[in-house]
Design a protein around this ligand. Structure first.
Ligand SMILES: CCCCCCCCCCCCCCCCCC(=O)SCCNC(=O)CCNC(=O)[C@H](O)C(C)(C)COP(=O)(O)OP(=O)(O)OC[C@H]1O[C@@H](n2cnc3c(N)ncnc32)[C@H](O)[C@@H]1OP(=O)(O)O
Ligand SMILES: Cc1cc2nc3c(=O)[nH]c(=O)nc-3n(C[C@H](O)[C@H](O)[C@H](O)COP(=O)(O)OP(=O)(O)OC[C@H]3O[C@@H](n4cnc5c(N)ncnc54)[C@H](O)[C@@H]3O)c2cc1C
Length: 695
């Protein structure tokens, strides 16, 4: 209702309004001013990072179209109940599917659409693991039978591996698949409480089929976990089939649009052909044909694929968080040193810039590593299809460590970004709380991060031991051939500016990793009482240093990828010198920030002196200052659309306060003026006779 305000009231107020307006913030102008400070061509970098102008325009076009659909409408996003989130997630998945069909789009456009809407639902695992498992584990006949059904959504699948009792230790799975040669069928069964499948996404209420990981028994012998495809729900009424109990596992920390589920199997029979037989096989008579030794871990291939995609996506999520925090801290003003002065943009506080700008640099570092990771996985697929599995161990070691490192960095980075946004960062309307709760599971799923680091550490120590016996190393572990030399090496930086040299930074990363590898191998030898043992007590007692080694190696790899990518850009002349300079500042800031955090190791080993650490810190601070003018342009170059960010604080026009006020209107609590508690509780209590007497 319109509210009448008399003239006297207005006049009295006028003076105070003027006083406040004189130094109140103008977020739109602030953001425009930040953009004017760019030292490079933002459009050029935007197109480079996003694969060209055409892709950038295509994404904007898609966003425009889907934001007008019912399933693409995000206005209710932060106010949905779990049930609403689940149903909405399904509508989004089908909406994207139909949109792709209608416009004849391919899988890469599909990924763009999924990322634009960003509403994970019951079909994630169908696309993320069920179809990839069929592609990597099924033989050609099985692919011909199942892939068309999966790709047309005639069936919906998930990947059922983890059980109540085992997630990490895949060899310890308890679900059994026992071959009955008389009927040429497997009996799949959950023999214990702990064998209950638990966690698979989409299993609770959506999936009709699963890739089941179960221990294969034939002729009384246990051959360990293998993959099977089986139906779990009727295609008529969606009810579970006989002998199958399924349900949703309940609310989680985040990711609640997904129906992660449980499953119990009671003596369910599936045909022999249900076993995915691209590598290992079972004959009708029940003889087990193992995969060739070179690809003994072939049944773990889907996990490696997913780990690679997780590495690829980590940079994107960190970039989104950093975009929101950078735009907001550029327009947020707080505290003035003298009366009448404008308040300071919070990004200009050293404590804010010193935390946020290194994260911005890290987001760029992860972008380049994500590209290298996917290239490596694609190369592996190509050689695998020719029967060559020789690069499997390195791919496994590389993807495990990077999966752990990149997801740790991104999870921590989203939370840091949220904290830097102060109170408004705690509001879901900022986009950051939901981003955190639905991202952080990346540290656990697809291999707990510590467990993944241990896999990388194992590979590195074995590589070092091999090199010590004269074996030639390849790929990213090559530096371990010189580990003995590195043990004696000292940093030769003697001025602040010398720390800007990428070679000096790389040498420090490499030296730290090499020394830690030698230390870890030594400790393992000691724990083993001689030759290193990679399991049991000796291994468990060496976990901390092995994880430290894997972290150091992964940091070296990420830095090296950044450096090599930039060198490539330079030598191919792909970007103008000003743009390359802005990227070089980021490379330096990323490198020196990580090294600064880890100086303890390098002081302890004697690689660095206290003076060199001082110089390093000074140069790192100088780089924070150098990057500051380009902060907003550098996040603009990521190219996130407002629709994609769904954040009141990350708006590209900077109008954050209007954004908060507008988005809050959709709160269900605002549907009536008096609110839902008035009739139900407040009125009765507050009008109760005697309720005004004091306690
Ligand atoms: C509309 C279109 C839109 C399109 C958009 C696309 C949408 C995408 C959506 C994405 C959604 C994705 C969601 C993903 C959800 C995650 C689901 C899960 O968690 S699923 C569940 C995930 N669960 C997990 O991740 C479980 C984690 N656990 C494991 O992976 C294993 O148990 C283990 C690796 C820890 C140990 O395995 P174990 O067998 O005990 O092995 P040992 O330690 O004894 O080592 C023995 C030897 O084996 C070697 N080796 C090992 N692995 C590999 C490998 N892969 N390769 C090669 N080698 C390997 C190892 O190096 C060693 O070699 P050596 O030294 O002897 O030479
Ligand atoms: C949101 C979400 C979705 C998921 N989706 C799926 C899915 O679709 N399909 C599916 O099959 N699974 C899924 N999972 C399961 C997931 O893959 C497992 O939770 C994960 O692999 C970790 O295993 P765990 O839960 O057994 O952890 P645990 O192994 O019990 O880990 C507990 C702790 O023990 C430590 N630890 C365990 N083993 C070792 C070791 N050997 N050495 C040193 N430390 C060790 C870990 O580091 C961790 O700190 C999902 C999980 C989540 C959270």
């Amino acid at each position: 209702m319109a509210h009448f305000v008399d003239a006297r009231t207005r006049v009295l107020q006028e003076e105070s309004t003027k006083a406040v307006l004189s130094n109140c913030s103008d977020p739109k102008a602030d953001l425009a001013a930040e953009r004017a400070r760019a030292t490079f061509d933002v459009g050029e970098l935007l197109h480079y990072l996003n694969g060209g102008r055409e892709k950038v325009e295509r994404k904007a076009h898609f966003a425009e179209l889907i934001s007008r659909t019912e399933w693409g409408n995000k206005s209710e996003r932060y106010f949905q109940t779990r049930e609403e989130q689940y149903v909405h997630g399904l509508k989004v998945a089908f909406g994207i599917w139909d949109f792709m069909k209608e416009k004849r789009l391919g899988i890469s456009d599909g990924r763009v659409l999924r990322s634009l809407v960003n509403a994970p639902g019951g079909l994630e695992l169908h696309i993320g693991m069920f179809i990839p498992s069929l592609i990597s584990h099924a033989n050609p006949e099985q692919q011909a039978k199942w892939l068309p059904k999966a790709q047309s959504l005639e069936i919906i699948g998930t990947y059922a591996q983890t059980e109540l009792g085992h997630g990490t230790f895949v060899r310890g799975l308890e679900t059994t698949a026992t071959y009955d040669s008389d009927r040429q069928e497997f009996i799949v069964h959950s023999p214990t409480l702990t064998s209950t499948k638990w966690w698979p996404g989409g299993l609770g209420k959506t999936a009709t089929h699963i890739i089941l990981m179960a221990r294969l028994f034939t002729k009384g012998k246990d051959y360990g976990p293998h993959a099977f495809i089986m139906q779990i729900r009727s295609l008529e009424d969606h009810k579970p089939l006989t002998g199958i109990t399924i349900g949703d596992i309940g609310p989680k920390f985040g990711f609640n649009g997904v129906d992660n589920g449980f499953l119990r199997l009671e003596y369910v029979r599936i045909p022999r052909e249900a076993m995915l037989m691209r590598f290992a096989k079972i004959t009708p008579e029940g003889d087990y044909v193992p995969p060739p030794p070179a690809n003994a871990k072939a049944s773990y291939a889907t996990m490696m694929y997913v780990r690679s995609t997780i590495v690829q996506d980590a940079g994107k999520f960190l970039s989104m968080a950093v975009t929101i925090a950078t735009r907001y801290t550029s327009v947020r003003r707080q505290t003035t040193s003298s009366k009448g002065q404008r308040e300071t943009q919070v990004l200009d506080y050293q404590s804010v810039a010193g935390s946020l700008l290194p994260l911005l640099a890290t987001a760029y570092a992860l972008h380049f590593t994500g590209k290298v990771m996917m290239q490596m996985y694609t190369d592996f697929e190509r050689s695998r299809d020719r029967g060559d599995f020789s690069n499997l161990p390195e791919l496994h070691a590389f993807s495990s460590g990077l999966k752990a490192m990149c997801t740790t960095i991104t999870s921590e980075g989203i939370e840091k970004s949220r904290l830097l946004c102060g109170g408004h960062g705690y509001s879901r309307l900022s986009g950051l709380p939901d981003m955190y709760t639905s991202y952080v599971q990346n540290s656990t799923w697809e291999g707990d991060n510590n467990v993944m680091f241990l896999q990388t550490g194992r590979y590195l120590i074995k590589s070092l031991l091999g090199a010590m016996t004269g074996k030639t190393l390849s790929g990213y572990a090559k530096y371990l051939e010189n580990a003995q030399f590195e043990m004696k090496e000292r940093c030769n930086v003697s001025t602040e500016v010398q720390w800007l040299d990428p070679a000096a930074q790389l040498a420090a990363f490499r030296n730290r990793a090499a020394r830690l590898c030698v230390d870890a191998a030594e400790q393992l030898k000691q724990e083993s009482g001689g030759n290193p043992v990679f399991e049991g007590e000796p291994w468990d007692n060496s976990n901390v240093i092995v994880i430290k080694l894997a972290v150091a190696h992964s940091q070296y790899v990420i830095y090296k990828n950044f450096m090599d990518s930039l060198q490539g850009i330079r030598s191919r002349g792909e970007l103008q010198p000003n743009t390359v300079r802005a990227l070089a500042d980021l490379q330096g800031l990323f490198g020196l920030t990580v090294l600064e955090r880890e100086v303890g190791d390098m002081l302890e080993s004697g690689y660095l002196s206290a003076r060199q650490v001082k110089l390093l810190r000074a140069q790192q601070r100088a780089l924070v200052k150098a990057v500051r003018p380009n902060a907003v342009p550098l996040v603009d170059a990521f190219g996130f659309l407002d629709y994609e960010l769904s954040s009141a604080l990350g708006r590209s026009d900077g109008d954050v306060y209007r954004g908060l006020l507008e988005m809050a209107q959709a709160s269900p609590l605002n549907r009536t003026e008096e609110g839902p508690g008035w009739k139900a509780v407040l009125e009765a209590q507050m009008k109760k006779p005697g309720s005004r007497s004091r306690l």
